[in-house]
Design a protein around this ligand. Structure first.
Ligand code: SF4
Ligand code: SF4
Length: 482
């Protein structure tokens, strides 16, 4: 079959003119995917158990002297990543970390397509491995679900819908609580639960809003989150190419010389030039996004592998080799080429390694204490008893779980005096405490020869270890010499 012929076989229905979950009128076409079963479905189930366990256990894990493993308290601007506290001052690290993650996802997508969507994405895992499984238990498989949807609202339908939606709502509520634990921490969540919703009605209302949102997504919106909302799916067109490994239909084998055709017992398909696809539609009815993988790579495909399992089962039944739908690149199918790293993949890998190196170095160089000293905006000098004084503002952050004691010392000029307003010579910071205040630096008038003297201040800890130094200016009077 020529390339032109194969592409016409692959695009017979103008499938790119519409999406699988929408009627021509624009109304929603509800998908009733057949319950998938097979090797890949089993593997994905095991992976989802592990990931769900991690997702629900992580909020309880404390490391590094009682720090949460992960916490993203946007409201209080408190972040913990792998037990290490991060502050707004460390935002550049989070930004580099995010850029690194994006490059990683890009590289991963260039090589393995949308494997993330099918195996790791929380939307797919919750929908396919939690909510959909409950739906199969209550409503039954595809045919029973179709029948139930067309059925009038009799006792059976009311009972099944009430049961299903109640369970969905409870699970959505649990998911909301779990996400809240990532924001406020498990201890704070426990306190909220113990003291009851009336006392913290504002948090409870927020929880209910998120519960309704999750319920809406998993009970109704479903695959549309992937096909209409998720930006990652839309990026596929620019990320994947003919070398990318994806869930793919082997159109060379499936279409043969004369295209796919229904199975007929005893027929010699090979001599008739028929492909191995027996047009049974099993790969279509299992698809949770309602597409036909035989039409080629599509934005809606979330790489859930259900069509691989469905087709393998069919191939086994008719005695043909499995893998008509499999993880493969277009080049592997068309040219029988094995996977190899392309120039684009090498380039992404180099950028990824550079970013990872930068991130790791910055993490190691990150200090336990953060200090900032700035001249008091709008302030002027004061001259009294032969001494000139200037005011400065300081901000000190203790990023550790231990108290620390800090003090300031002048580096240039070394004989200048530093006084902390309203405090002793030293400042004690509790674990993870931020303190701000005012410093007065005094220099003997005779030593101030310019209106803006350059000075240098250092911050030391209790072990006399220098934390940081700061350059600033010191304002003095204009001295005219004739
Ligand atoms: S085409 Fe196959 S892998 Fe893609 S979403 Fe449908 S069933 Fe899943
Ligand atoms: S399940 Fe396999 S044989 Fe059946 S229609 Fe799909 S690709 Fe063809």
């Amino acid at each position: 079959m020529t390339e032109q012929e194969s592409s016409s076989v692959l695009q017979p229905k103008g499938f790119r003119d519409s999406i699988g979950t929408m009627e021509q009128s624009g109304s929603r076409k509800w998908i009733f995917p057949k319950k998938p079963k097979g090797k890949f479905t089993n593997y994905r189930t095991y992976v989802s158990w592990v990931l769900l366990a991690i997702l629900f256990v992580v909020p309880f894990v404390k490391v590094n002297n009682g720090n949460p493993l992960f916490l993203f308290n946007v409201l209080n601007r408190e972040f913990f990543i792998f037990g290490f506290p991060f502050y707004l001052q460390d935002f550049y690290l989070i930004a580099i970390g995010m850029v690194t993650s994006i490059v990683f996802i890009v590289l991963f997508t260039v090589v393995f397509g949308r494997i993330f969507c099918g195996w790791i994405c929380p939307q797919t895992i919750f929908l396919e491995m939690v909510f959909r499984k409950i739906e199969y238990l209550i409503d039954g498989d595809r045919n029973k679900q179709i029948r139930l949807s067309k059925q009038k609202w009799d006792a059976e339908k009311i009972k099944k819908r009430t049961l299903k939606w109640t369970i969905f709502f409870i699970i959505s509520f649990v998911i909301s609580n779990m996400f809240l634990a990532y924001i406020i921490g498990i201890d704070a969540l426990e306190r909220l639960i113990v003291s009851g919703p009336i006392k913290h009605y504002d948090t409870f209302i927020a929880l209910l809003i998120f519960t309704v949102l999750f319920f809406f997504v998993f009970a109704w919106f479903r695959e549309q989150a992937c096909t209409l909302v998720c930006p990652y799916g839309r990026l596929q067109g620019v990320l994947i190419d003919q070398k990318t490994i994806n869930v793919a239909y082997d159109f060379v084998r499936g279409e043969g010389e004369n295209g796919r055709s229904k199975w007929r017992n005893g027929e010699d398909r090979e001599s008739l030039g028929k492909g191995d696809c027996i047009d049974c539609n099993q790969c279509v009815v299992v698809c949770p996004t309602g597409i036909d993988i035989r039409d080629g790579s599509q934005l809606e495909c979330v790489n859930c592998t259900a069509c691989i399992d469905a087709c393998d089962e069919v191939m086994e039944k008719v005695g043909l080799p499995k893998g008509l739908i499999r993880y493969a690149s277009e080049d592997e199918i068309k040219k029988k080429e094995k996977f190899k790293f392309t120039g684009r993949m090498y380039a992404y890998t180099a950028v990824l390694l550079l970013l990872m190196g930068l991130l790791i170095s910055l993490l190691f160089m990150r200090s336990d204490v953060d200090a900032k000293i700035l001249r008091q905006p709008g302030s002027n000098y004061i001259e009294q008893d032969g001494v000139i004084s200037n005011q400065y503002q300081y901000t000190l952050i203790n990023k550790t779980n231990k108290p620390t004691v800090l003090h300031f010392r002048m580096v240039k000029p070394s004989d200048a005096q530093v006084k902390i307003i309203g405090s002793e010579d030293k400042i004690t910071l509790k674990p993870r405490e931020t303190k701000q205040g005012t410093l007065v630096i005094s220099i003997v008038s005779d030593e101030v020869n310019q209106t803006k003297e350059k000075i240098e201040i250092a911050v030391f800890d209790e072990n006399e270890k220098m934390i940081d130094t700061f350059d600033s200016t010191f304002a003095g009077p204009l001295r005219l010499s004739f």
